[in-house]
Design a binder for this molecule. Structure first.
Ligand code: NDP
Ligand SMILES: O=C(O)[C@H](O)CS(=O)(=O)O
Length: 490
Protein backbone atom coordinates (compact mmCIF):
# COMPACT_ATOMS: atom_id res chain seq x y z
CA UNK A 1 0.00 0.00 0.00
CA UNK A 2 2.75 2.44 0.91
CA UNK A 3 4.52 1.62 -2.37
CA UNK A 4 1.60 3.04 -4.32
CA UNK A 5 1.15 6.20 -2.26
CA UNK A 6 4.92 6.82 -2.27
CA UNK A 7 4.79 6.89 -6.07
CA UNK A 8 2.00 9.48 -6.25
CA UNK A 9 2.71 13.16 -6.56
CA UNK A 10 -0.71 13.75 -5.03
CA UNK A 11 -1.37 11.07 -2.39
CA UNK A 12 -4.98 12.28 -2.05
CA UNK A 13 -5.74 10.53 -5.35
CA UNK A 14 -5.37 7.26 -3.46
CA UNK A 15 -8.96 7.08 -2.14
CA UNK A 16 -9.73 3.87 -0.18
CA UNK A 17 -13.43 4.71 0.21
CA UNK A 18 -16.73 4.55 -1.63
CA UNK A 19 -18.16 7.85 -2.88
CA UNK A 20 -21.87 8.41 -2.23
CA UNK A 21 -23.72 11.73 -2.32
CA UNK A 22 -20.49 13.69 -2.16
CA UNK A 23 -19.19 11.81 0.91
CA UNK A 24 -16.34 9.31 1.26
CA UNK A 25 -17.82 6.35 3.10
CA UNK A 26 -17.06 2.87 4.44
CA UNK A 27 -19.26 -0.21 4.12
CA UNK A 28 -22.08 -0.56 6.64
CA UNK A 29 -20.59 -3.92 7.55
CA UNK A 30 -17.07 -2.58 7.80
CA UNK A 31 -16.04 -5.22 5.26
CA UNK A 32 -13.17 -4.48 2.89
CA UNK A 33 -12.01 -5.71 -0.53
CA UNK A 34 -8.25 -6.21 -0.65
CA UNK A 35 -6.69 -5.12 -3.94
CA UNK A 36 -3.55 -6.92 -5.11
CA UNK A 37 -0.89 -5.81 -7.59
CA UNK A 38 -1.05 -8.52 -10.33
CA UNK A 39 2.67 -8.08 -11.08
CA UNK A 40 4.04 -8.42 -7.56
CA UNK A 41 1.28 -9.93 -5.45
CA UNK A 42 1.66 -7.01 -3.03
CA UNK A 43 -1.43 -5.52 -1.43
CA UNK A 44 -2.17 -2.19 -3.11
CA UNK A 45 -4.82 -1.27 -0.55
CA UNK A 46 -8.40 -2.00 0.38
CA UNK A 47 -11.76 -0.45 -0.42
CA UNK A 48 -15.12 -0.93 1.31
CA UNK A 49 -17.21 -3.90 0.23
CA UNK A 50 -20.61 -2.27 -0.19
CA UNK A 51 -23.89 -4.12 -0.58
CA UNK A 52 -27.54 -3.52 -1.26
CA UNK A 53 -28.30 -0.93 1.46
CA UNK A 54 -25.45 1.40 0.52
CA UNK A 55 -26.33 1.07 -3.17
CA UNK A 56 -29.92 2.05 -2.41
CA UNK A 57 -28.57 5.16 -0.68
CA UNK A 58 -26.47 5.94 -3.75
CA UNK A 59 -29.54 5.56 -5.98
CA UNK A 60 -31.49 7.89 -3.69
CA UNK A 61 -28.67 10.43 -3.84
CA UNK A 62 -28.56 10.24 -7.64
CA UNK A 63 -32.35 10.67 -7.74
CA UNK A 64 -32.19 13.70 -5.47
CA UNK A 65 -29.43 15.27 -7.57
CA UNK A 66 -31.20 14.66 -10.88
CA UNK A 67 -33.58 17.66 -11.10
CA UNK A 68 -30.89 20.29 -10.57
CA UNK A 69 -28.35 18.52 -12.80
CA UNK A 70 -30.70 18.09 -15.75
CA UNK A 71 -31.95 21.69 -15.29
CA UNK A 72 -28.47 23.04 -15.97
CA UNK A 73 -27.87 24.28 -19.48
CA UNK A 74 -25.98 21.98 -21.83
CA UNK A 75 -23.11 24.47 -21.69
CA UNK A 76 -22.95 24.30 -17.89
CA UNK A 77 -22.82 20.49 -17.99
CA UNK A 78 -20.24 20.65 -20.76
CA UNK A 79 -18.07 23.02 -18.73
CA UNK A 80 -18.16 20.67 -15.72
CA UNK A 81 -17.14 17.72 -17.92
CA UNK A 82 -14.29 19.73 -19.43
CA UNK A 83 -13.01 20.68 -15.94
CA UNK A 84 -13.06 16.94 -15.08
CA UNK A 85 -11.23 16.23 -18.37
CA UNK A 86 -8.57 18.85 -17.63
CA UNK A 87 -8.00 17.50 -14.11
CA UNK A 88 -7.57 13.97 -15.50
CA UNK A 89 -4.83 15.19 -17.83
CA UNK A 90 -3.25 17.32 -15.10
CA UNK A 91 -2.98 14.19 -12.94
CA UNK A 92 -2.35 11.75 -15.81
CA UNK A 93 0.82 10.26 -14.35
CA UNK A 94 -0.66 9.68 -10.91
CA UNK A 95 -3.78 8.11 -12.42
CA UNK A 96 -1.55 5.90 -14.58
CA UNK A 97 0.51 4.86 -11.56
CA UNK A 98 -2.65 3.85 -9.70
CA UNK A 99 -3.82 1.86 -12.73
CA UNK A 100 -0.51 0.04 -13.24
CA UNK A 101 -0.40 -0.95 -9.57
CA UNK A 102 -3.93 -2.38 -9.55
CA UNK A 103 -4.39 -3.61 -13.15
CA UNK A 104 -0.82 -4.30 -14.27
CA UNK A 105 -0.70 -2.62 -17.67
CA UNK A 106 2.63 -0.86 -18.38
CA UNK A 107 2.81 2.76 -17.23
CA UNK A 108 2.99 4.16 -20.75
CA UNK A 109 -0.11 2.18 -21.75
CA UNK A 110 -1.89 3.23 -18.55
CA UNK A 111 -1.12 6.87 -19.29
CA UNK A 112 -2.51 6.26 -22.76
CA UNK A 113 -5.71 4.92 -21.24
CA UNK A 114 -6.04 8.03 -19.08
CA UNK A 115 -5.80 10.20 -22.18
CA UNK A 116 -8.31 7.91 -23.94
CA UNK A 117 -10.62 8.04 -20.91
CA UNK A 118 -10.40 11.83 -20.74
CA UNK A 119 -11.17 12.06 -24.46
CA UNK A 120 -14.66 10.67 -23.75
CA UNK A 121 -15.33 13.53 -21.31
CA UNK A 122 -14.26 16.03 -23.95
CA UNK A 123 -16.20 14.28 -26.71
CA UNK A 124 -19.44 14.20 -24.69
CA UNK A 125 -18.93 17.75 -23.42
CA UNK A 126 -19.10 18.71 -27.10
CA UNK A 127 -22.03 16.37 -27.75
CA UNK A 128 -24.00 17.86 -24.82
CA UNK A 129 -24.56 21.02 -26.86
CA UNK A 130 -25.78 19.12 -29.90
CA UNK A 131 -28.70 17.21 -28.42
CA UNK A 132 -31.20 18.43 -30.99
CA UNK A 133 -34.90 17.77 -31.37
CA UNK A 134 -36.92 18.22 -34.56
CA UNK A 135 -40.24 19.41 -35.94
CA UNK A 136 -42.23 17.20 -38.32
CA UNK A 137 -44.84 18.36 -40.87
CA UNK A 138 -48.22 17.64 -39.24
CA UNK A 139 -51.09 15.91 -40.99
CA UNK A 140 -53.36 18.94 -40.44
CA UNK A 141 -52.63 22.63 -40.79
CA UNK A 142 -53.66 23.52 -37.24
CA UNK A 143 -51.33 21.03 -35.58
CA UNK A 144 -47.61 21.08 -34.90
CA UNK A 145 -45.44 18.03 -34.25
CA UNK A 146 -42.36 18.59 -32.11
CA UNK A 147 -39.86 15.90 -31.11
CA UNK A 148 -37.70 16.60 -28.04
CA UNK A 149 -34.94 14.70 -26.21
CA UNK A 150 -34.78 14.31 -22.43
CA UNK A 151 -32.34 12.51 -20.10
CA UNK A 152 -33.45 9.01 -19.13
CA UNK A 153 -32.73 9.78 -15.45
CA UNK A 154 -30.70 7.74 -12.91
CA UNK A 155 -28.17 5.39 -14.54
CA UNK A 156 -26.64 2.24 -13.03
CA UNK A 157 -23.26 1.16 -14.42
CA UNK A 158 -21.03 -1.87 -13.88
CA UNK A 159 -17.53 -1.84 -15.36
CA UNK A 160 -14.61 -4.27 -15.93
CA UNK A 161 -10.99 -4.38 -14.72
CA UNK A 162 -9.24 -4.22 -18.09
CA UNK A 163 -9.86 -0.52 -18.80
CA UNK A 164 -10.65 0.71 -15.29
CA UNK A 165 -10.81 4.40 -16.20
CA UNK A 166 -11.97 4.48 -19.84
CA UNK A 167 -14.90 2.12 -19.32
CA UNK A 168 -16.23 4.48 -16.65
CA UNK A 169 -15.79 7.77 -18.51
CA UNK A 170 -17.12 6.23 -21.77
CA UNK A 171 -20.41 5.79 -19.90
CA UNK A 172 -20.37 8.58 -17.32
CA UNK A 173 -19.34 11.20 -19.88
CA UNK A 174 -22.34 10.43 -22.08
CA UNK A 175 -24.74 10.04 -19.17
CA UNK A 176 -23.81 13.29 -17.43
CA UNK A 177 -23.74 15.20 -20.73
CA UNK A 178 -27.30 14.02 -21.39
CA UNK A 179 -28.39 15.30 -17.96
CA UNK A 180 -28.49 11.94 -16.19
CA UNK A 181 -27.00 11.05 -12.80
CA UNK A 182 -24.83 8.03 -12.28
CA UNK A 183 -24.04 5.13 -9.89
CA UNK A 184 -21.13 2.90 -10.92
CA UNK A 185 -19.80 -0.33 -9.46
CA UNK A 186 -16.17 -0.73 -10.61
CA UNK A 187 -14.48 -4.12 -10.88
CA UNK A 188 -13.27 -5.33 -7.49
CA UNK A 189 -9.75 -5.81 -8.88
CA UNK A 190 -9.43 -2.17 -9.98
CA UNK A 191 -11.44 0.14 -7.70
CA UNK A 192 -8.77 2.78 -7.10
CA UNK A 193 -8.95 4.09 -10.66
CA UNK A 194 -12.67 4.66 -10.08
CA UNK A 195 -12.34 6.38 -6.72
CA UNK A 196 -9.59 8.63 -8.08
CA UNK A 197 -11.99 9.62 -10.88
CA UNK A 198 -14.57 10.49 -8.21
CA UNK A 199 -12.01 12.66 -6.39
CA UNK A 200 -11.39 14.60 -9.59
CA UNK A 201 -15.11 14.83 -10.39
CA UNK A 202 -15.62 16.40 -6.96
CA UNK A 203 -12.80 18.89 -7.63
CA UNK A 204 -14.33 19.66 -11.03
CA UNK A 205 -17.43 20.84 -9.20
CA UNK A 206 -19.71 18.03 -10.28
CA UNK A 207 -22.42 18.32 -7.61
CA UNK A 208 -22.90 15.74 -4.87
CA UNK A 209 -25.07 12.80 -5.93
CA UNK A 210 -24.43 13.23 -9.67
CA UNK A 211 -21.54 10.74 -9.80
CA UNK A 212 -21.38 7.90 -7.21
CA UNK A 213 -18.89 5.00 -6.90
CA UNK A 214 -19.98 1.83 -5.05
CA UNK A 215 -17.29 -0.89 -4.94
CA UNK A 216 -18.55 -4.11 -3.45
CA UNK A 217 -20.61 -7.26 -3.83
CA UNK A 218 -21.46 -7.43 -7.55
CA UNK A 219 -24.64 -9.49 -7.30
CA UNK A 220 -26.06 -7.41 -4.42
CA UNK A 221 -25.23 -4.10 -6.09
CA UNK A 222 -26.64 -5.31 -9.41
CA UNK A 223 -29.79 -6.45 -7.64
CA UNK A 224 -30.22 -3.05 -5.98
CA UNK A 225 -29.74 -1.29 -9.33
CA UNK A 226 -32.05 -3.53 -11.35
CA UNK A 227 -34.74 -3.82 -8.65
CA UNK A 228 -35.08 -0.06 -8.30
CA UNK A 229 -37.71 1.58 -10.55
CA UNK A 230 -35.80 4.82 -10.00
CA UNK A 231 -32.92 3.46 -12.10
CA UNK A 232 -33.98 3.90 -15.72
CA UNK A 233 -30.85 2.69 -17.49
CA UNK A 234 -28.33 -0.08 -16.96
CA UNK A 235 -25.00 0.08 -18.78
CA UNK A 236 -22.50 -2.77 -18.51
CA UNK A 237 -19.12 -3.69 -19.89
CA UNK A 238 -17.80 -7.14 -19.18
CA UNK A 239 -18.41 -10.76 -19.99
CA UNK A 240 -21.31 -11.98 -22.08
CA UNK A 241 -22.29 -14.34 -19.26
CA UNK A 242 -22.86 -11.48 -16.82
CA UNK A 243 -24.41 -9.34 -19.54
CA UNK A 244 -27.09 -11.94 -20.10
CA UNK A 245 -27.89 -12.00 -16.37
CA UNK A 246 -28.20 -8.21 -16.22
CA UNK A 247 -30.39 -8.13 -19.32
CA UNK A 248 -32.81 -10.51 -17.61
CA UNK A 249 -32.74 -8.51 -14.36
CA UNK A 250 -33.28 -5.21 -16.20
CA UNK A 251 -36.46 -6.58 -17.76
CA UNK A 252 -38.20 -6.38 -14.36
CA UNK A 253 -38.70 -2.61 -14.65
CA UNK A 254 -38.10 -2.45 -18.41
CA UNK A 255 -34.88 -0.51 -17.84
CA UNK A 256 -32.99 0.63 -20.94
CA UNK A 257 -29.79 -1.38 -21.26
CA UNK A 258 -26.44 -1.11 -23.05
CA UNK A 259 -24.12 -4.10 -23.09
CA UNK A 260 -20.48 -4.11 -24.22
CA UNK A 261 -19.60 -7.78 -23.92
CA UNK A 262 -17.11 -10.37 -25.03
CA UNK A 263 -15.55 -10.75 -28.43
CA UNK A 264 -13.75 -13.22 -30.68
CA UNK A 265 -12.10 -10.91 -33.19
CA UNK A 266 -10.84 -12.32 -36.49
CA UNK A 267 -7.81 -10.69 -38.14
CA UNK A 268 -7.85 -11.68 -41.80
CA UNK A 269 -4.69 -11.40 -43.93
CA UNK A 270 -5.36 -11.81 -47.66
CA UNK A 271 -2.60 -12.67 -50.12
CA UNK A 272 -2.83 -9.14 -51.60
CA UNK A 273 -2.14 -7.53 -48.21
CA UNK A 274 0.94 -5.47 -47.37
CA UNK A 275 2.43 -8.11 -45.05
CA UNK A 276 4.66 -5.69 -43.15
CA UNK A 277 1.68 -3.44 -42.48
CA UNK A 278 -0.38 -6.48 -41.50
CA UNK A 279 2.25 -7.57 -38.97
CA UNK A 280 2.38 -4.06 -37.50
CA UNK A 281 -1.39 -4.07 -37.20
CA UNK A 282 -1.34 -7.58 -35.75
CA UNK A 283 1.02 -6.54 -32.95
CA UNK A 284 -1.31 -3.69 -31.99
CA UNK A 285 -4.53 -5.69 -32.30
CA UNK A 286 -3.19 -8.67 -30.35
CA UNK A 287 -0.87 -7.47 -27.59
CA UNK A 288 -2.48 -4.28 -26.26
CA UNK A 289 -3.06 -4.77 -22.52
CA UNK A 290 -1.30 -8.17 -22.86
CA UNK A 291 -4.21 -9.31 -25.04
CA UNK A 292 -6.78 -8.42 -22.36
CA UNK A 293 -9.16 -6.29 -24.38
CA UNK A 294 -12.50 -7.27 -25.83
CA UNK A 295 -11.37 -6.04 -29.24
CA UNK A 296 -8.08 -7.97 -29.27
CA UNK A 297 -7.59 -10.37 -32.14
CA UNK A 298 -8.50 -13.88 -31.05
CA UNK A 299 -7.99 -15.62 -34.42
CA UNK A 300 -5.53 -14.74 -37.19
CA UNK A 301 -7.03 -16.01 -40.46
CA UNK A 302 -4.18 -15.97 -43.04
CA UNK A 303 -4.43 -16.99 -46.71
CA UNK A 304 -2.39 -20.18 -47.15
CA UNK A 305 -0.22 -18.68 -49.90
CA UNK A 306 1.23 -16.13 -47.43
CA UNK A 307 0.82 -17.89 -44.07
CA UNK A 308 4.49 -18.91 -43.75
CA UNK A 309 5.76 -15.44 -44.61
CA UNK A 310 3.27 -13.84 -42.22
CA UNK A 311 4.21 -16.18 -39.35
CA UNK A 312 7.93 -15.62 -39.89
CA UNK A 313 7.49 -11.84 -39.83
CA UNK A 314 5.16 -11.95 -36.83
CA UNK A 315 7.59 -14.17 -34.88
CA UNK A 316 10.43 -11.71 -35.57
CA UNK A 317 8.29 -8.81 -34.38
CA UNK A 318 7.16 -10.63 -31.24
CA UNK A 319 10.72 -11.62 -30.37
CA UNK A 320 12.15 -8.16 -30.97
CA UNK A 321 9.36 -5.86 -29.76
CA UNK A 322 7.73 -7.53 -26.76
CA UNK A 323 9.25 -7.21 -23.30
CA UNK A 324 7.42 -8.93 -20.42
CA UNK A 325 7.66 -7.61 -16.87
CA UNK A 326 6.37 -5.34 -14.13
CA UNK A 327 4.59 -2.44 -15.82
CA UNK A 328 6.45 0.09 -13.66
CA UNK A 329 9.78 -0.95 -15.19
CA UNK A 330 11.27 0.96 -18.13
CA UNK A 331 10.82 -0.67 -21.52
CA UNK A 332 8.22 -3.24 -20.42
CA UNK A 333 5.27 -3.40 -22.82
CA UNK A 334 3.66 -6.68 -21.76
CA UNK A 335 2.52 -6.64 -18.15
CA UNK A 336 1.04 -9.47 -16.09
CA UNK A 337 -2.37 -10.97 -16.72
CA UNK A 338 -4.96 -9.90 -14.18
CA UNK A 339 -4.84 -13.07 -12.10
CA UNK A 340 -3.97 -16.77 -11.91
CA UNK A 341 -7.27 -17.79 -13.51
CA UNK A 342 -6.37 -15.74 -16.59
CA UNK A 343 -2.97 -17.48 -16.83
CA UNK A 344 -4.64 -20.87 -16.54
CA UNK A 345 -7.05 -20.00 -19.39
CA UNK A 346 -4.25 -19.03 -21.77
CA UNK A 347 -2.28 -22.17 -20.84
CA UNK A 348 -5.41 -24.26 -21.44
CA UNK A 349 -5.96 -22.74 -24.89
CA UNK A 350 -2.33 -23.38 -25.90
CA UNK A 351 -2.31 -26.95 -24.63
CA UNK A 352 -5.65 -27.72 -26.26
CA UNK A 353 -4.51 -26.28 -29.61
CA UNK A 354 -1.28 -28.30 -29.62
CA UNK A 355 -3.16 -31.45 -28.66
CA UNK A 356 -5.47 -30.84 -31.65
CA UNK A 357 -2.67 -30.38 -34.16
CA UNK A 358 -1.46 -26.79 -33.87
CA UNK A 359 2.25 -26.09 -34.40
CA UNK A 360 3.90 -24.09 -31.59
CA UNK A 361 6.24 -21.48 -33.10
CA UNK A 362 6.95 -19.24 -30.07
CA UNK A 363 6.38 -19.29 -26.29
CA UNK A 364 3.57 -21.57 -25.15
CA UNK A 365 4.08 -21.41 -21.39
CA UNK A 366 3.86 -19.09 -18.37
CA UNK A 367 6.77 -16.66 -18.29
CA UNK A 368 9.94 -17.50 -16.27
CA UNK A 369 9.11 -14.46 -14.10
CA UNK A 370 6.34 -16.64 -12.67
CA UNK A 371 3.19 -15.28 -11.06
CA UNK A 372 0.71 -13.86 -13.57
CA UNK A 373 3.22 -13.35 -16.39
CA UNK A 374 2.74 -15.30 -19.63
CA UNK A 375 5.18 -15.61 -22.51
CA UNK A 376 3.79 -14.12 -25.75
CA UNK A 377 2.89 -17.17 -27.81
CA UNK A 378 2.47 -17.89 -31.52
CA UNK A 379 0.86 -21.04 -32.90
CA UNK A 380 -0.09 -21.93 -36.49
CA UNK A 381 -2.08 -24.67 -38.23
CA UNK A 382 -4.93 -23.83 -35.84
CA UNK A 383 -8.38 -25.12 -36.75
CA UNK A 384 -11.99 -24.71 -35.72
CA UNK A 385 -11.88 -27.80 -33.48
CA UNK A 386 -9.77 -25.95 -30.93
CA UNK A 387 -10.95 -23.95 -27.89
CA UNK A 388 -9.13 -20.86 -29.17
CA UNK A 389 -11.47 -20.90 -32.19
CA UNK A 390 -14.64 -20.42 -30.17
CA UNK A 391 -13.58 -18.98 -26.80
CA UNK A 392 -12.09 -15.58 -26.01
CA UNK A 393 -8.52 -16.21 -24.84
CA UNK A 394 -8.01 -12.77 -23.23
CA UNK A 395 -4.22 -13.17 -23.21
CA UNK A 396 -1.02 -12.95 -25.34
CA UNK A 397 -1.74 -15.94 -27.60
CA UNK A 398 -1.61 -15.39 -31.38
CA UNK A 399 -3.33 -18.33 -33.10
CA UNK A 400 -2.98 -18.54 -36.91
CA UNK A 401 -5.68 -20.31 -38.92
CA UNK A 402 -4.80 -20.82 -42.65
CA UNK A 403 -7.60 -20.37 -45.21
CA UNK A 404 -7.86 -20.93 -48.98
CA UNK A 405 -10.07 -18.21 -50.50
CA UNK A 406 -12.18 -15.15 -49.66
CA UNK A 407 -15.36 -17.13 -49.16
CA UNK A 408 -13.51 -19.44 -46.75
CA UNK A 409 -12.17 -16.46 -44.80
CA UNK A 410 -15.56 -14.78 -44.37
CA UNK A 411 -17.20 -18.06 -43.33
CA UNK A 412 -14.51 -18.72 -40.72
CA UNK A 413 -14.61 -15.13 -39.47
CA UNK A 414 -18.38 -15.23 -38.98
CA UNK A 415 -18.40 -18.70 -37.40
CA UNK A 416 -18.78 -17.41 -33.81
CA UNK A 417 -21.56 -16.27 -31.47
CA UNK A 418 -19.69 -12.99 -31.05
CA UNK A 419 -19.65 -9.93 -33.26
CA UNK A 420 -17.67 -7.10 -31.69
CA UNK A 421 -14.43 -6.19 -33.55
CA UNK A 422 -12.94 -7.62 -36.73
CA UNK A 423 -9.94 -6.69 -38.87
CA UNK A 424 -8.64 -7.44 -42.34
CA UNK A 425 -5.78 -6.45 -44.60
CA UNK A 426 -6.25 -6.21 -48.35
CA UNK A 427 -5.29 -3.77 -51.08
CA UNK A 428 -8.00 -4.89 -53.48
CA UNK A 429 -10.77 -2.26 -53.47
CA UNK A 430 -13.50 -4.66 -54.53
CA UNK A 431 -12.46 -7.15 -51.85
CA UNK A 432 -12.40 -4.41 -49.19
CA UNK A 433 -16.05 -3.55 -49.82
CA UNK A 434 -17.19 -7.17 -50.27
CA UNK A 435 -15.55 -8.35 -47.03
CA UNK A 436 -16.54 -5.25 -45.03
CA UNK A 437 -20.16 -5.84 -46.06
CA UNK A 438 -20.04 -9.58 -45.29
CA UNK A 439 -18.45 -9.49 -41.82
CA UNK A 440 -21.08 -9.87 -39.03
CA UNK A 441 -19.44 -7.47 -36.59
CA UNK A 442 -20.15 -4.08 -35.08
CA UNK A 443 -16.68 -2.78 -35.97
CA UNK A 444 -14.28 -3.52 -38.83
CA UNK A 445 -10.65 -2.37 -38.93
CA UNK A 446 -9.45 -2.26 -42.55
CA UNK A 447 -5.66 -2.16 -42.95
CA UNK A 448 -5.41 -1.11 -39.30
CA UNK A 449 -5.28 -2.92 -35.96
CA UNK A 450 -6.36 0.03 -33.81
CA UNK A 451 -9.97 1.16 -34.09
CA UNK A 452 -10.93 2.58 -30.70
CA UNK A 453 -11.62 6.29 -30.40
CA UNK A 454 -14.28 8.44 -28.76
CA UNK A 455 -15.63 9.79 -32.05
CA UNK A 456 -16.68 6.35 -33.31
CA UNK A 457 -19.66 4.19 -32.28
CA UNK A 458 -18.03 1.33 -30.32
CA UNK A 459 -20.08 -1.80 -29.91
CA UNK A 460 -21.03 -5.23 -31.14
CA UNK A 461 -23.76 -7.47 -32.49
CA UNK A 462 -24.94 -10.97 -31.56
CA UNK A 463 -23.45 -12.11 -28.19
CA UNK A 464 -21.13 -9.08 -28.07
CA UNK A 465 -23.83 -6.79 -26.85
CA UNK A 466 -26.39 -4.07 -27.44
CA UNK A 467 -26.02 -0.36 -28.07
CA UNK A 468 -23.05 1.84 -28.90
CA UNK A 469 -20.61 3.91 -26.83
CA UNK A 470 -18.82 6.95 -28.24
CA UNK A 471 -19.73 8.72 -31.43
CA UNK A 472 -22.98 10.70 -31.57
CA UNK A 473 -24.73 7.38 -30.96
CA UNK A 474 -23.24 7.10 -27.47
CA UNK A 475 -25.28 9.93 -25.99
CA UNK A 476 -28.52 8.63 -27.51
CA UNK A 477 -28.27 5.67 -25.11
CA UNK A 478 -28.97 8.10 -22.25
CA UNK A 479 -31.81 10.06 -23.86
CA UNK A 480 -35.53 9.47 -24.23
CA UNK A 481 -37.47 10.82 -27.20
CA UNK A 482 -40.67 12.76 -26.44
CA UNK A 483 -43.21 13.64 -29.12
CA UNK A 484 -45.38 16.74 -28.65
CA UNK A 485 -48.54 17.07 -30.70
CA UNK A 486 -49.79 20.66 -30.45
CA UNK A 487 -53.25 21.57 -31.61
CA UNK A 488 -53.46 25.30 -32.43
CA UNK A 489 -57.23 25.29 -32.26
CA UNK A 490 -59.65 26.57 -34.91
N1 NDP B 1 -17.20 -5.24 -24.97
C1 NDP B 1 -16.34 -4.58 -24.20
O1 NDP B 1 -16.09 -3.38 -24.36
C2 NDP B 1 -15.65 -5.31 -23.09
C3 NDP B 1 -15.89 -6.65 -22.78
N2 NDP B 1 -15.22 -7.28 -21.75
C4 NDP B 1 -15.39 -8.73 -21.54
O2 NDP B 1 -15.44 -9.05 -20.11
C5 NDP B 1 -14.67 -10.21 -19.86
C6 NDP B 1 -13.50 -9.91 -18.98
O3 NDP B 1 -13.81 -8.92 -18.09
P1 NDP B 1 -14.30 -9.29 -16.63
O4 NDP B 1 -14.17 -8.07 -15.80
O5 NDP B 1 -13.69 -10.55 -16.13
O6 NDP B 1 -15.84 -9.58 -16.83
P2 NDP B 1 -16.92 -9.85 -15.69
O7 NDP B 1 -18.16 -9.85 -16.45
O8 NDP B 1 -16.61 -10.98 -14.80
O9 NDP B 1 -16.85 -8.55 -14.72
C7 NDP B 1 -17.22 -7.31 -15.22
C8 NDP B 1 -17.92 -6.56 -14.11
O10 NDP B 1 -19.12 -7.26 -13.79
C9 NDP B 1 -19.17 -7.51 -12.38
N3 NDP B 1 -19.88 -8.74 -12.14
C10 NDP B 1 -19.39 -9.99 -12.01
N4 NDP B 1 -20.39 -10.87 -11.78
C11 NDP B 1 -21.55 -10.14 -11.76
C12 NDP B 1 -22.92 -10.45 -11.57
N5 NDP B 1 -23.32 -11.69 -11.36
N6 NDP B 1 -23.84 -9.45 -11.61
C13 NDP B 1 -23.43 -8.18 -11.84
N7 NDP B 1 -22.14 -7.81 -12.03
C14 NDP B 1 -21.22 -8.79 -11.99
C15 NDP B 1 -17.73 -7.57 -11.96
O11 NDP B 1 -17.67 -7.31 -10.58
P3 NDP B 1 -16.45 -7.97 -9.71
O12 NDP B 1 -15.21 -7.38 -10.25
O13 NDP B 1 -16.74 -7.53 -8.30
O14 NDP B 1 -16.54 -9.45 -9.90
C16 NDP B 1 -17.12 -6.45 -12.81
O15 NDP B 1 -17.36 -5.20 -12.21
C17 NDP B 1 -14.23 -10.70 -21.19
O16 NDP B 1 -15.21 -11.54 -21.76
C18 NDP B 1 -14.17 -9.42 -22.02
O17 NDP B 1 -14.23 -9.61 -23.40
C19 NDP B 1 -14.36 -6.63 -20.94
C20 NDP B 1 -14.10 -5.30 -21.21
C21 NDP B 1 -14.68 -4.57 -22.32
O1 LIG C 1 -12.60 -3.00 -22.47
C1 LIG C 1 -12.16 -3.06 -23.58
O2 LIG C 1 -11.64 -4.04 -24.08
C2 LIG C 1 -12.25 -1.79 -24.34
O3 LIG C 1 -13.58 -1.57 -24.72
C3 LIG C 1 -11.38 -1.87 -25.54
S1 LIG C 1 -11.05 -0.32 -26.15
O4 LIG C 1 -12.25 0.53 -26.07
O5 LIG C 1 -9.95 0.23 -25.35
O6 LIG C 1 -10.66 -0.61 -27.53
Amino acid sequence: MEALKENLKETQLYCPFAYIDGSWVAADSGEQIEVVNPATGDVVGSVPRLGRAETERAIAAADAALPAWKALTALERADALMKWHDLMLEHQQDLATIMTHEQGKPLKEAAGEIAYAASFLRWFAEQARRINGETVPAASSNQRIVVTKQPVGVVGAITPWNFPAAMITRKAGAALAAGCTFVVKPASQTPFSATALAMLAERAGIPRGVFNVVPGRASQIAAALTESPIVRKITFTGSTEVGRELMAQASRHVQKISLELGGNAPFIVFEDADLDAAVEGAMAAKFRNAGQTCVCTNRFLVQSSVVNAFCEKLAVAMNSELKVGDGTKEGVNIGPLIDEKAVEKVSEHVQDAVEHGAELLLGGHPHPLGGNFFTPTLITEANDGMKVAGEETFGPLAAVFPFEDEEDAVRMANDTEYGLASYFYSRDLGRVWRVADALEYGMVGINTGLISNAAAPFGGVKASGLGREGGHQGIEEFLETKYLCIDLGA
